[in-house]
Structures are given as structure tokens and as C-alpha cells.
Design a binder for this molecule. Structure first.
Ligand code: ADP
Ligand code: MG
Length: 527
């Protein structure tokens, strides 16, 4: 008897599900995409225990017709395309009809939905891909999908899942990705009954508000807007300002026709476009939206569509480089004319949101160099309206503001000297002084974390940490013990950079335990 046998359909489905549904965050991604495809304007996402226990996504979209509901969880059943040609012009996220069938085959799945043209809603319940019930159900609007007990039927997959908190982070990442390219929709995300994100609908050009809510209050200060259009291709979005020397990873978002995608080497191309303007060992920040005729894109190369193929890839790369270079050109040209340079006439200041010039380190450390005063750029300075001599403090001299070059350097002059001030370094210096002063005056201010950071320690370490809890909390951290060996960090000193929380926390504990003055540690970090 031959050894080759056709697999049972249930086995086939469960194997296939592995391609689309890798982990709870894949379920969240697919369900949000379905809601967006149904034109939802409000999407609620609730997850429990990293989504492994339960995921609920409800929307106010168009809903599913009564007669369609049983087909929704069938393999390759979709309302989004009818023929292969349709893929060429596809605008929706979905078209393969695989997500719901895959999710259904590895979980308990419940769909409640009411189509906008029908008066009564329906409910479908399935387990392991088998439909258990389809019946009328009171639902007011849209679709609600409940996924429980994920991977109960594929224990091998379940074993590979990480802790709830790690899965939570993957989920948040997927929500963030989709929320950035769908700014006209409202997203509400609760995790284990606690609200994590609430993003209101906004216009595209106000997307920076969403960045600030998601990442950090001042994230948009690090960004330059970008717009480029050639032939039928538009690139718009934001890139990091030059010389931003921050260790921010994971701030790279790329969308093609609203779809979050990954293109190999893309980050490298962007980095090259920056040239010397990007510090070494740092990765560029970008949130870029490409609008490309759908015909030039093949989205059907990856089951989850995270990778795509672009027909005119070289052209797109060239345009990207041009777009970045254009965005990095002087944002505002130097506003100076010969007439303005004549003694006694005023020089128009560069209007910027950061309103002060400040002594920078190189000037500081060189005692022979002339220092200059803090100066509001919104006021006009000229040799005519200089403050009287006695008002000039110590060796500080006022500078005339000339302009900004390369979007980075402030050009200013005193009577006989020209100053090139690196805005970024100056900004860091201002921050350093501000934070230092504020710590000296008010102690350390701290910020709440959007999602707590979990740190594992040995049992002895935990005991010591508990012992010094009050002292540690004086330095801006807040934490509590959530298991025998894990603490949950909920607040950190506000000046700590993303990704440095654990390291700083550990160093602080070490210094406290060894009775070394922890303030010196903070000086180090501030530097
Ligand atoms: P695809 O999105 O590729 O079509 P899915 O398996 O994700 O396949 O969904 C199957 C079908 O179920 C969709 O084509 C759509 O008609 C319907 N559907 C799924 N989720 C929703 C939703 N939230 N609102 C309205 N219809 C939905
Ligand atoms: Mg889908």
C-alpha cells in the first residue's frame, strides 16, 4: 500500500492557519484590517492575557449580510475580489479570504454582526473551525468578533508563544501600525480591562498629534515633514530631523497605499540619503506613506501581505532619496539681504517654535570665546535696539540671528564673529541645563509609562530591591512586585531615553546597595 495520503481537511486548515496566524497579534491585525475594510470609523480592541485568553474587536462598519455569515469562516471565502484581475486594483487590506477561516480553525470564535441594510443581526459560533450555531442576535450596529482560547487545537504553536506581556507588546505594535495609516478612524485599546490607547480621528496633516500620544509628548519635535510627487507616485510623511542622536528604534513606519509593509534595505536607503547628517550607529526615524498606482504593486507575495513587490522598485528608491534630500534642504532659507546687513538695520529672525539661543558646550568650555545671552527669536535684534551696556550680563553678548542652514545650523553673528550653532547640540545643552536645574530645585520628575516594563530578578535581588523601594522611588521610579521574581516598572524619571529604563534602574539599585551617591549616576545619564 502506498505511503502518500491526502491529509484530512481539518489538518490542512490547521497547517494553513499557521501561515496567517502566527501569534495573537496576527489575529488583532487581521481583525482590525477587516473592520477598516468594512469602513469602520470606530474600532474597539480588547485583549486578555496577551490575547491568548481572549481578543474582542468590535466596529461600527457595514456588517455582514445574514446569508454571508456562514461563509465568512470558510477558507478562501471573500467579498473583496471576484476574479484574479481584481487583485491588480485592490484597495482593501483583505482579499485572500483566509483570516477568519484560519482564526476559526485554531480557536473558539464568535461573530456578531448586523449588516447596515438589514434590521436584525446574527451570531455565529464555531470551535476549531466547526460551526456550532448560527442564529439571529441583537446587535445594534457593525461587527463584533470574539476569539478565545487561541491555538487550543495546535498545542505546538501555543508552546512557542511568549509571556503575556511580550504578546501584549506585539499587539500594541500592530495597533499602532494600522492606526497611523488610518487616522480618520478612532481606536480604543484596552488590555486586561485597562485602557492603553484612545486615538481620536484626525486629519492626515495632524498625524503628529497621534505620534505624540503614542510615542512621547514631544516626538513630533524630532520630525521634519516630507512631501514629494513625481509621475504617478506620491511620498508624504515625516522623517527624523538631522543629527537627532537618539536611540529610538522601532520608529520606522512604511506604508504603501495605506498598507503597512516592509521593504528590504529600505532603512539603509534612507540612511544613505541622510549622508553625514545622521550620527553613526543610529537608525533613521521615518513614517512614510507611498501612494503608488495599485497596478505597480504586487501584494500577493506574502500570506500576511507584510512584504510586497513593487514593479518600479528602482524608481521608488530614487524618489525616496530625492524626497529625503528635499526635506533635509534648508527648511527656511537664510533671510538676509545686503540691505539688511548694513549697520544699524535689523535682521529678521528665523521664526521657530524653539525660542531661545543658548550657549553651547564648545563655547562654554572655551573661556576666551564670547558667550551670548538667551534671546527670544520672536523679537528683532539690531545694533540699534541692543540693551544698554550695563544690562548685558557678565561676558554674555547678544547675537544677531541670521538664519538656519541645512535645517540644522543656526547662523548668527556678533560684531566681529560669525557663529555656526548646531541646533541639535544646543537643544541638548538646553535640556541638560533645564533638567539639572529642575532636579536641583524640585527633585526628579517622573513620567508614567504607557505600558509597564517588566523586569526579572533573582529572588535575592528582589529582596534587596524591596528593601530600598522608598529610596529608589525618590529618584523617579515607581514599581511594584507582580510575582516572586518580577517587578513591574510603571513610572520612570522623565529624562530617561526610551530603551534605557532597565539599565538605569539596575545601575541605581546597584549604587544604592553599594551606598554610592546616586546623584552622580544621574549626572552621567544627563550628560
Ligand atoms: P478577506 O478579508 O481576505 O476577505 P477574511 O477571512 O478576513 O477574508 O474575511 C472574510 C469575509 O468576512 C470578508 O471578505 C468580509 O466580507 C467579511 N468580514 C470579516 N470581518 C468583517 C467585519 N468586521 N465587517 C464586515 N465584514 C467582515
Ligand atoms: Mg481579512
Amino acid at each position: 500500500m502506498g505511503k502518500i495520503k491526502k491529509l484530512d481537511p481539518i489538518v490542512i486548515d490547521r497547517i494553513a492557519a499557521g501561515e496567517v496566524i502566527e501569534r495573537p497579534s496576527s489575529v488583532v491585525k487581521e481583525l482590525i484590517e477587516n473592520s477598516l475594510d468594512a469602513n469602520a470609523k470606530q474600532i474597539h480592541i480588547s485583549t486578555y492575557e496577551g490575547g491568548i485568553k481572549r481578543i474582542i474587536i468590535s466596529d461600527d462598519g457595514e456588517g455582514i449580510l445574514t446569508e454571508d455569515l456562514p461563509f465568512a469562516i470558510e477558507k478562501h471565502a471573500t467579498s473583496k475580489i471576484k476574479s484574479i484581475e481584481d487583485i491588480e486594483t485592490i484597495q482593501s487590506f483583505g482579499f485572500r479570504g483566509e483570516a477568519l477561516s484560519s482564526i476559526a480553525s485554531v480557536s473558539y470564535l464568535e461573530i456578531q454582526s448586523k449588516h447596515k441594510d438589514e434590521t436584525i443581526g446574527n451570531q455565529l459560533i464555531s470551535r476549531g473551525g466547526k460551526v456550532l450555531a448560527v442564529k439571529p442576535y441583537p446587535i445594534h450596529k457593525g461587527t463584533k468578533i470574539i476569539v478565545e482560547d487561541l491555538f487550543f487545537s495546535t498545542p505546538a504553536r501555543k508552546k512557542f508563544l511568549k509571556s503575556s506581556s511580550v504578546e501584549d507588546r506585539y499587539i500594541l505594535k500592530n495597533i499602532i501600525k494600522l492606526s497611523l495609516s488610518n487616522c480618520d478612524a478612532e481606536f480604543i485599546y484596552t488590555r486586561d480591562e485597562k485602557k492603553v490607547l484612545h486615538l481620536l480621528p484626525i486629519e492626515f496633516y495632524s498625524l503628529t498629534e497621534r505620534f505624540n500620544m503614542i510615542f512621547e509628548d514631544s516626538f513630533s519635535d524630532f520630525l521634519l515633514p516630507l512631501y514629494f510627487q513625481k509621475h504617478q507616485i506620491t511620498i508624504k510623511g515625516w522623517i527624523g530631523k538631522p543629527r537627532i542622536n537618539r536611540k529610538i528604534f522601532g520608529r520606522q513606519f512604511l506604508y504603501i497605499n495605506k498598507r503597512p509593509v516592509e521593504i528590504k534595505n529600505f532603512s539603509y536607503i534612507i540612511k544613505n540619503a541622510y549622508g553625514d547628517l545622521l550620527p553613526e550607529n543610529s537608525s533613521p526615524i521615518y513614517i512614510l506613506f507611498f501612494e503608488i498606482p495599485p497596478k505597480s504593486v504586487d501584494v500577493n507575495v506574502h500570506p500576511t501581505k507584510k512584504e510586497i513587490r513593487i514593479l518600479e522598485e528602482k524608481e521608488i528608491f530614487d524618489y525616496t532619496i530625492q524626497a529625503i534630500k528635499k526635506a533635509l534642504l534648508p527648511i527656511i532659507p537664510i533671510q538676509i539681504t545686503e540691505k539688511e546687513l548694513k549697520p544699524g538695520t535689523s535682521v529678521k529672525p528665523y521664526k521657530t517654535s524653539s525660542t531661545v539661543l543658548f550657549p553651547i558646550e564648545s563655547v562654554y568650555s572655551n573661556p576666551t570665546a564670547k558667550l551670548f545671552t538667551l534671546q527670544e527669536t520672536s523679537s528683532t535684534y539690531s545694533s540699534n535696539n541692543l540693551p544698554p551696556k550695563e544690562e548685558i550680563k557678565a561676558s554674555f553678548l547678544p547675537l544677531q540671528f541670521l538664519g538656519v542652514i541645512f535645517g540644522t545650523y543656526i547662523l548668527a553673528c556678533s560684531e566681529d564673529q560669525l557663529y555656526l550653532i548646531d541646533q541639535h547640540t544646543a537643544h541638548e545643552r538646553i535640556n541638560y541645563e533645564k533638567i539639572k536645574k529642575s532636579i536641583e530645585k524640585h527633585g526628579i520628575s517622573s513620567q508614567h509609562l504607557l505600558s509597564p516594563i517588566l523586569l526579572d530578578f533573582s529572588l535575592e535581588e528582589i529582596e534587596e530591591i524591596q528593601l530600598y523601594k522608598d529610596l529608589v522611588e525618590n529618584y523617579g521610579f515607581k514599581f511594584h512586585l507582580i510575582s516572586k521574581s518580577t517587578i513591574s516598572l510603571t513610572q520612570i524619571p522623565s529624562f530617561i531615553e526610551v530603551g534605557e529604563e532597565k539599565e538605569v534602574f539596575l545601575k541605581l539599585i546597584y549604587k544604592i546597595i553599594k551606598k554610592i551617591e546616586p546623584l552622580s549616576l544621574f549626572e552621567d545619564i544627563l550628560h
